[in-house]
Design a protein around this ligand. Structure first.
Ligand SMILES: C[S@@+](CC[C@H](N)C(=O)[O-])C[C@H]1O[C@@H](n2cnc3c(N)ncnc32)[C@H](O)[C@@H]1O
Length: 277
């Protein structure tokens, strides 16, 4: 699920103007600060750390390589994505980076071999029934004193609203467009969310976006911000308690000061942890 869809429009949108957005595809300033601080916290005192990035996010790969003695492993099932994202990097084609073209459910990496695993919206690309296997594998790959950092969207009851409410709030409170996108896509009662699988279907969401624009529920400006993101990804967004319960089976979850520079951070969390023994 997910990996084949990361191409075409979706790939191009994520390549374009990463610096020009306040959010998406790049992290917000405070999210970025959180990654930087967590890297510092978990890599303190480590010599020649091995860092595994789930996917090809160029900023995260650059952050890993900014540690002069670090070795980076990027695992992505879509080689085109990695190649195109590499072009955006500061440390392009570093000798210290190794790319593995593989699925995260089957990473050819030895046990106890990695100091830090990091992902940005990675786990959401897996089906809920694979989360267990995925976390188990990450724990196996991590050294006992290693750590994992994941930023993931979760569903929190008090922030799950109908799209009509979301559009009304976004106008009354003058939301950033990425908040409108995030709330309506991730945290709404829209029919694109399937309760049984906890999956959001982007194709169904964008069918709504188009229709809502034609029906006058979304205005020209709102439509012009949302539409470029259309695609056919399917993402899994568990309830926070469900995500944490699975994560905590394999990792000792550690407190993180959550970024709050955008409204949608209320349901977009950093999860950090160390392998449970
Ligand atoms: C980590 S995610 C999130 C996007 C990212 N934060 C950005 O900056 O745009 C996207 C990447 O995950 C990869 N991917 C999705 N599912 C995967 C899987 N099961 N195994 C390996 N790679 C996968 C996709 O090919 C894509 O390159």
């Amino acid at each position: 699920m997910g990996q084949q869809e990361w191409q075409g429009i979706i790939l191009n949108q994520r390549l374009k103007n990463r610096e020009n957005y306040m959010q998406g595809p790049k992290s917000s300033p405070k999210q970025w600060q959180t990654y930087v601080l967590l890297f510092k916290r978990f890599l303190a005192g480590k010599k020649n750390p091995r860092i595994l990035v789930l996917g090809s996010t160029p900023e995260l790969r650059d952050l890993a390589l900014s540690y002069p003695d670090a070795e980076l492993i990027a695992v992505d099932s879509n080689a085109e994505m990695v190649e195109k994202m590499t072009a955006l990097m500061e440390h392009k084609n570093s000798e210290r980076e190794k790319f593995i073209n593989a699925d995260w459910l089957n990473m050819p990496l030895p046990e106890n071999s990695v100091d830090l695993i990091v992902g940005d919206g990675a786990v959401a690309n897996l089906a809920a029934e694979s989360f267990d296997d995925f976390f188990a594998q990450c724990r196996k790959i991590l050294k006992p004193d290693g750590a994992i950092i994941l930023r993931e969207n979760v569903r929190i009851k008090e922030y799950v609203w109908s799209v009509t409410e979301i559009v009304a709030k976004s106008r009354q409170e003058n939301w950033h467009w990425f908040d409108l996108y995030s709330y309506s896509y991730v945290s709404s009662t829209g029919e694109w969310f399937d309760e049984k699988t906890s999956q959001v279907n982007m194709e169904k969401y964008f069918t709504w976006v188009k229709q809502a624009y034609q029906d006058g529920l979304l205005n020209e400006e709102e439509f012009s911000h949302l539409w470029p993101w259309h695609g056919n990804l399917i993402h899994t967004f568990l309830k926070e308690s469900e995500f944490l319960a699975l994560f905590s089976k394999y990792f000792q979850s550690l407190p993180v000061c959550q970024p709050d520079d955008l409204r949608y951070h209320k349901f977009s969390y950093f999860f950090a942890g160390q392998p449970k023994v």
